[in-house]
Ligand binder design. Structure first.
Ligand SMILES: N[C@@H](CCC(=O)N[C@@H](CS)C(=O)NCC(=O)O)C(=O)O
Length: 219
């Protein structure tokens, strides 16, 4: 049995959750409360760096979401989530890396604001939106008119970037100026795996309330 240790609101674990669903695999989920459960000895034996996601498959434990995605795709090859052509593979890997190394850091002030971790000033928000725009322009050009970044099939690029763009309406990023990305992101939102993993407004509100309580306890 496959077990995914995760937190439903985590962008890093949602890409793995979506992969398991897109592959149609049997798996169970274990929710880890990041308010401290990640430091408990039983979790640290799974991941000494105290991060989710973790995937356990029988005797094997895999940490780091990109490593988990590669493992799932190699071990459970149908449907494949990586393209065959070298140039397509390079594009998929670029999208994965640009998402975590460029887009997510650029989005940080917007996600912090949405989650209630303080109120960045208007200038910080404007700068963040400007930086995000630069990344989106790059991605728009890489996607072009193709249905998916790797060609005509869903790939890891969709799982990694598409679970981030799913947050855009909530954090105030408009895909209107990027029509290719907009139709691509909309098509992903309609997929069963995205709908089943989409955080509900109630879950987001409960998370914000927990964070506010923890911050108040620290003061
Ligand atoms: N590079 C890791 C990042 C994992 C990560 O940062 N997870 C966060 C949640 S999104 C976490 O577990 N934070 C709790 C902690 O570090 O104590 C991956 O892609 O799996």
């Amino acid at each position: 049995m496959l077990t995914l240790y995760h937190t439903p609101l985590s962008i890093n674990s949602r890409r793995v959750w979506v992969a398991l669903l897109e592959k149609g695999l049997d798996f169970e989920t274990v929710e880890v409360d990041l308010g401290g459960d990640q430091f408990k000895p039983e979790f640290l034996t799974l991941n000494p760096f105290h991060h989710i996601p973790v995937l356990v498959d029988g005797e094997l434990t895999v940490i780091e979401s990109f490593a988990i995605l590669d493992y799932i795709d190699a071990q459970y090859p149908q449907p494949p989530l990586l393209p065959e052509q070298a140039a397509d593979l390079a594009t998929v890997r670029m999208v994965q890396m640009v998402t975590v190394n460029e887009l997510l850091p650029a989005l940080a002030p917007l996600t912090k604001k949405m989650m209630g971790f303080g109120e960045p000033d208007a200038e910080a928000i404007a700068q963040a939106l400007d930086r995000v725009g630069g990344v989106l322009a790059f991605l728009e050009q890489k996607l072009g008119e193709r249905p998916y970044f790797g060609g005509d099939r869903l790939t890891l690029a969709e799982l990694v970037l598409g679970t981030v763009t799913a947050w855009f309406p909530g954090i105030g990023v408009d895909l209107g100026p990027y029509p290719q990305l907009q139709r691509w992101a909309q098509a992903l939102l309609e997929r069963d795996a995205w709908q089943r993993t989409q955080p509900t407004p109630e879950a987001i509100a409960a998370f914000k309330a927990r964070m506010a309580q923890r911050m108040a306890q620290r003061q």
